[in-house]
Ligand binder design. Structure first.
Ligand code: ADP
Ligand code: MG
Length: 252
């Protein structure tokens, strides 16, 4: 166990995802291999349709790849049952989406408390953590407002607080500033950077935002489902783990 947890937070090997069949077949992710070290903040970039969302959803257990393996925090995600993937999303991985994904009928505080409810966290513990998280994202004065009563930037702050509720090991954010104006987006990126550092998380964030690429430890670039070389990450052998394999993966 200890040995496993010394490994990378994310290890993706030969990942492929196709949609449809016959002449309508689309290869959204095509033989992608890379690793993300613990505590790293990695930017995932590439134009629209390059496969970012598909890749992130496979890593976080929202979607199943067609081939290849994914290991997150020592857990082989690609071998998990539906139920175990649900547990992974509850306990290990948290998502932040471009469209926030809040529950419209629930207040900010109730949205943030939801992941803890699903884990049957004691009410007193939950209430305290919800208050702390909403304070951390600067929304102490808005705890009782519903999503429709909040600005886009405020809604994304609620979503970030909710993502942190169960202290995930891995934060996956898919274009978290895609629907925000530049200033609000910059504030959200700054917040993400701070909470990732404070909570000691690993993060994988897809973006078009140069400000994220500037603060990221590394950038993974996709084009047409393929990984392409980027300046700040080097291709290195993962042969020490892959018994006798010549495979070249990327460690970031
Ligand atoms: P990105 O997030 O970089 O914009 P996506 O992962 O959403 O890219 O999409 C990659 C490719 O896969 C695109 O060609 C897209 O049309 C296709 N695709 C994504 N989801 C589906 C789906 N559910 N069914 C069919 N094709 C899909
Ligand atoms: Mg996308």
């Amino acid at each position: 166990m200890a040995e496993m947890l010394d490994g990378p937070m994310v290890a993706v090997q030969g990942l492929t995802k196709t949609y449809g069949g016959g002449s309508g077949k689309v290869t959204a992710v095509d033989d992608v291999s890379f690793e993300v070290g613990r505590g790293k903040l990695v930017a995932l970039v590439g134009r629209s349709g390059s496969g970012k969302t598909t890749l992130l959803n496979c890593i976080g257990g929202l979607d199943r790849p067609s081939g290849g393996t994914i290991v997150v925090n020592g857990i082989t995600v690609t071998k998990l049952s539906e139920r175990a993937r649900t547990a992974l999303r509850r306990d290990t991985v948290a998502f932040v989406f471009q469209t926030f994904g809040l529950v419209p009928m629930l207040s900010a505080a109730e949205n943030v408390g939801l992941p803890m409810r699903l884990r049957n966290t004691k009410t007193s513990v939950r209430d305290k953590r919800v208050a702390d998280l909403l304070d951390m994202v600067g929304l102490s004065k808005h705890v009782n407002q519903r999503p429709a009563e909040l600005s886009g930037g405020q809604q994304q702050r609620v979503a970030i607080a909710r993502a942190l509720a169960n202290e995930p090991q891995l934060l996956i954010a898919d274009e978290p500033t895609g629907q925000l104006d530049a200033d609000t987006g910059a504030a959200i990126m700054g917040l993400l950077r701070d909470v990732i550092a404070n909570e000691g998380m690993t993060a994988l964030i897809s973006t078009h935002d140069q400000s994220l690429m500037d603060i990221a430890d590394a950038t993974v670039r996709l084009a047409d489902g393929h990984l392409v070389a980027d300046d700040d990450a080097s291709y290195v052998s993962t042969g020490s783990r892959a018994t006798g394999s010549e495979h070249q993966g990327r460690i970031v």
